[in-house]
Write a protein that binds this ligand. Structure first.
Ligand SMILES: C[S@@+](CC[C@H](N)C(=O)[O-])C[C@H]1O[C@@H](n2cnc3c(N)ncnc32)[C@H](O)[C@@H]1O
Length: 232
């Protein structure tokens, strides 16, 4: 599966940046179309699992247009971080409960042990180096702090996996063509999913790095999942 926005080499981050700069204006609308609005429910579930108190410090990484950041309780100290200016511009207008910062998730401009919660919505799959990203998250979390990530998963059932991959292979490029004038913008999702270890591999990697109480919650038979864990 190919997309001009997926480059498994040194240009990975540059291409991801290019993609999100191009689709920023259509991003939220297309999430509703692709998931029939279900992504809202999954994001709300992540916020529920985070169970953050209003006085806690939350980092929403790869925050994009702020669609996850804005779901945390008003008053919670939320900082959204993303490297795409076009996405952040939208976030700054819509999410009044949060502050936003342009930075690279692989080299966070924060001290060790400061956040109570780190959340990521559809971000891990886009990182050029997943292990390095998870290590950065672990570094900035305080002891006992929680990490939660929502992303596309890989269903265990072969029949469901086939159906789901054929949806990603056929319907999504069509939506990309219709709404963004380019099938590759949404063909990217399947391309990026191929190398991504999804819910089971992410859990193993988190355990290797030192997260504890790791697990995941699945939706739609594992086509979507929330990974979670804590810093011991
Ligand atoms: C699919 S969007 C997710 C937006 C939002 N979190 C949501 O749930 O709707 C992925 C975002 O990750 C950002 N991103 C990818 N790699 C990044 C990196 N290394 N550092 C910071 N942001 C990154 C992209 O710019 C993009 O806005």
């Amino acid at each position: 599966v190919q997309s001009k926005f997926y480059s498994p080499d040194a240009r990975r981050a540059e291409k991801v940046h290019e993609l999100f700069a191009q689709i920023a204006r259509r991003y939220d609308f297309l999430n509703d179309v692709m998931s029939a609005g279900l992504h809202r429910r999954w994001k709300n579930r992540l916020v529920e699992l985070a169970d953050a108190r209003p006085d806690q410090k939350i980092l929403d990484l790869c925050c994009g247009t702020g669609d996850l950041a804005c779901r945390f309780q008003a008053g919670a100290g939320v900082i959204g971080v993303d490297f795409t200016e076009e996405m952040l511009k939208i976030a700054k207008v819509r999410a009044k409960n949060a502050r936003f910062l342009q930075a690279d998730a692989l080299a966070l401009p924060f001290r060790d042990d400061i956040f109570d919660v780190v959340s990521v919505g559809y971000g891990l799959r886009n990182l050029a180096d997943l292990e390095r990203g998870l290590r950065e998250i672990h570094r900035v979390l305080r002891r006992g702090g929680k990490f939660l990530s929502l992303d596309f998963g890989k269903p265990e059932s072969p029949a469901l996996r086939k159906l789901y991959f054929s949806y990603l292979r056929t319907v999504l490029p069509l939506l990309g063509r219709i709404y963004c004038g380019d099938p590759d913008t949404h063909g990217y999702i399947l391309a990026s999913l191929q190398e991504f270890p999804a819910q089971r591999g992410t859990k193993l990697l988190m355990e290797k790095i030192g997260f504890v109480r790791c697990g995941f919650e699945e939706f739609c038979g594992g086509a979507m999942a929330i990974n979670f864990g804590e810093k011991s």
